[in-house]
Design a protein around this ligand. Sequence first.
Ligand SMILES: *Cc1c(COP(=O)(O)O)cnc(C)c1O
Length: 372
Amino acid sequence: MPRPIQATLDSNALRHNLAQIKASTPDALVWAVVKANAYGHGIERVFDALRSADGFALLDLAEAERVRQLGWRGPILLLEGAFETRDLEMCSRLNLWHVVHSEAQIDMLAVHKTHQPHRVFLKMNTGMNRLGFAPQAFRAAWTRLNALPQVDEISLMSHFSDADGDKGIGAAMTLFHQFTHDLSGERSLCNSAACLRHAKALAVRADWVRPGIALYGSSPDFPQHSAQDWGLKPVMSLNADIVAVQHLQAGDTVGYGSSFVADRAMRIGVVSCGYADGYPRIAPTGTPVCVDGHPSRTVGRVSMDMITVDITDLPHANVGSEVTLWGMPQKSKVSAQSPYGVAIDEVAQAAGTVGYELMCALAARVPVVVKD
Ligand SMILES: *Cc1c(COP(=O)(O)O)cnc(C)c1O
């Protein structure tokens, strides 16, 4: 028997989340962001459910090639553009649109030989300070690009540093508007947080939005809003079985380092999921799980192949019980106390990280089933 652990991807949840995003920005075209192998879900596994997006955005040429191999003839955007001149040959061959964020990338384009000019997204740095031209340098970059025979239409983009937080997007949007208002071209600004939190109050056009995390059903601004608050459904569920049960007396300990000490008699379920499956090792005692759909918590340290959960108050739980690490139970019914299963955002919060990181870290050894 294969090890009893499984990730399940819910295609209907993906479709639903894409529709939610579209409803939040009804006039915009949608780039479905599928970088990092679709945030750990697998590009091939999500492609069908995301087909009604207007394009796919990613940053790896090999991933762009995979999207073309799936039969996608529509737009594909390389979010970081070319890393070296050779990459532009792939862009020409696969008809990829690409970001231009630096003078070096304009230099590469200027010497690139292509029959078909490229669609480019010129990126402004509005405060993130990772990629993009300074607002004051933006027009010169646009003018330089616009003069190149290798360049077709130029779209204008930026990426917000604070769409999910208190600072918001006001200052970034003002900068963007100030330095682009008289330039022609489509605009692309919004990630998931901006789509959900700010789309209604956007001072500049949103021709293309770029949602990622919301498609996969995690909240971009947890804990301020949960996925349910935004009407998003979890796409990835991680479930594993209890493979052994331990009975503890007060004073007994659990796991490496004896970090958990029982203060009473307890029943402990040993679950076939560990950090080698992508469950965060740093998740402390008390991280939420469901056992046969009922809420419980982890106890003791996460080890490579196992975690331990408290089943003292769940007398029916036993070897073979289904433990939901995040997402929805698959074999058991959800209980009234946890109708939404285990929010990946809550597990991430307990581990001091975000849902993005947990999804991306799902290990290759975990079998994945796609539910239609
Ligand atoms: C990853 C990324 C996005 C998507 O961000 P989410 O927070 O997942 O919605 C959008 N734009 C750019 C440039 C990105 O790199």
